[in-house]
Design a protein around this ligand. Structure first.
Ligand code: NAI
Length: 467
């Protein structure tokens, strides 16, 4: 039986990053992954292919709606969906083979198959053809990720009622689409297909979309998406979805109860969250149970109740985000090597890659209110930012939430062009325990979008210059 220092079960952002860090630290490392391609949901059917389609469809939307204003005259604009999908697939393959290369470089064994823990320290790997191999490892790290959450009223059939996986590979642009769930997936995939021509209606159970964001910011994103043509049914619950031949009929009612209505659509995308994936993992064999949400319980050092078995990423508590999973991969590897691995859960950014983008880190004003923390806030709109004007991308705003007494940065929430890139500055300030004033006193290059960050920080003390 092959012996390893550590085996990661799952080759997504948690498992593959952890495996690389473990190998760097001198451990003999294996990673069991059932897909031939490494990278998990993120690279294969999540973050990366969706961003490829978001960029392609945004280019299309730019040419269609914005190019003329820049003095660019484009003739006969058409969509070659096959080419768009081909490029997306090439982006994915390039990155997944890149990870395979990193595994080779770091001498990590990639065992292709379904991993199942048969006893502490023992993992059975079952290949697609049924061939079995058993390996032993001093430590096992469960990094099996998550799967799409389903709702009984909208059974997935993969054609008319689909999950994000199929939404990344539709054979043609649907005329109409109902999206159930106004979170990250719903808004991103809804944007892709709306830009390409679909009539998109988002049905969201909550009163607001992107409910983790500060209400002022999610409200701003809602208005912007509405202006782009996306329709919303908020505080609405879907009670039935039925395949009626060439369409699906989506029956819904106000969340608080009331009159029902039905919308027909070519495609219904169910995007109501994800759930931890632990099927056939052998947890029962080692006496590990999952909580109500299906998560594996861990302590601050990613240790489960069973010695030598750790868990990281989407299968444990915290946001289901690739960058959180990656950082946990690094931290667990360091902890196993006797170092001080650490993840700061108070400073994990969240992004929704609509255009403009929504990005947040830390608490919203409402979170602070709920915790009875007195805050000062400062906002700055991109309409008053020179670079945004030059780009003709001046929708959105930045909101800074600072502690009223100490001025410490507690949160920064924004919607705007390239918000995904800009949020990094706020993350760094939070990591260093910095204040709104620290942002305000730092020189930001002119003319750039991050100048709006500095202005929002000045606005915390009512001294923004340009607004
Ligand atoms: P989500 O949790 O972000 O949003 C799901 C939404 O569906 C919520 O607003 C919820 O209120 C709503 N909902 C739930 N049940 C409903 C029902 N029966 N009817 C109507 N609305 C309902 O989940 P999503 O968008 O599916 O994404 C899954 C996971 O993947 C999340 O953890 C998300 O953060 C992550 N992800 C992250 C991305 C990013 O970082 N850009 C992109 C895509 C996904």
């Amino acid at each position: 039986m092959e012996q390893y220092d550590v085996v990661y079960i799952g080759g997504g952002p948690a498992g593959y990053v952890g495996a690389i860090r473990s190998a760097q630290l001198g451990m003999k490392t294996a990673c069991v992954e059932k897909r031939k391609a490494l990278g998990g949901t993120c690279l294969n059917i999540g973050c990366i292919p969706s961003k490829a389609l978001l960029d392609s469809s945004e280019h299309f939307a730019f040419v269609k709606h914005k190019a003329a204003k820049h003095g660019l005259v484009v003739g006969d604009l058409k969509i070659d969906l096959g080419q768009m999908m081909k490029r997306k697939d090439q982006v994915v393959t390039g990155l997944t083979t890149g990870i395979a290369g990193l595994f080779k470089k770091n001498k990590i064994a990639h065992l292709v198959g379904h991993g199942r823990i048969t006893a502490p320290g023992t993992v059975e790997v079952v290949a697609e053809n049924g061939a079995k191999e058993t390996i032993s490892a001093k430590n096992i790290v469960i990094a099996t990720g998550s799967d799409v959450a389903r709702i009984p009223v909208a059974a997935l059939d993969g054609v008319r009622v689909i999950s994000s996986t199929e939404a990344l590979a539709l054979p043609q642009v649907p005329k109409s689409m109902v999206v159930i769930g106004g979170g990250a997936i719903g808004l991103e995939m809804g944007s892709v297909w709306m830009r390409l021509g679909a009539d998109v209606t988002v049905v969201e159970y909550n009163e607001r979309i992107a409910s983790f964001a500060d209400h002022q910011i999610s409200g701003e994103l809602l208005k912007i998406l509405q202006r782009q043509g996306m329709k919303f049914k908020l505080a609405t619950k879907v009670v039935n979805v039925q395949n009626v031949g060439s369409k699906a009929a989506v029956e819904m009612e106000p969340a608080a109860g009331g009159t029902r209505e039905t919308i027909e659509a070519d495609v219904v995308l169910v995007a109501v969250g994800r759930k931890p994936f632990t099927d056939n993992l052998g947890l029962d064999k080692i006496g590990l149970a999952t909580d109500k949400a299906g998560r594996i319980e861990i302590d601050n050092h990613f240790r489960t109740k069973v010695a030598g078995v750790y868990a990281i990423g989407d299968v444990v508590r915290g946001p289901m985000l690739a960058h959180k999973a990656e950082d946990e991969g690094i931290a667990v590897a360091e902890i196993m090597a006797g170092k001080a691995g650490h993840v700061n859960y108070d400073a994990i950014p969240s992004v929704i890659y609509t255009w403009p983008e929504l990005a947040t880190v830390g608490m919203s004003e409402q979170d602070c209110k709920a915790k009875e923390i007195a805050v000062r806030t400062g906002t700055f709109p991109f309409i008053a930012n020179g670079r945004a004007k030059a780009m003709d991308e001046s929708e959105g705003m930045i909101k800074i939430i600072a502690d009223a007494k100490t001025d410490r940065l507690l949160g920064l929430h924004m919607v705007g062009p390239r918000a995904s890139d800009m949020i990094a500055e706020a993350v760094m300030v939070m990591e260093f325990g910095g204040s709104a004033e620290d942002i305000a006193l730092s020189t930001h290059a002119h003319p750039t979008l991050p100048e709006a960050m500095k202005e929002a920080a000045l606005a915390v003390h009512k001294r923004a210059i340009h607004f």
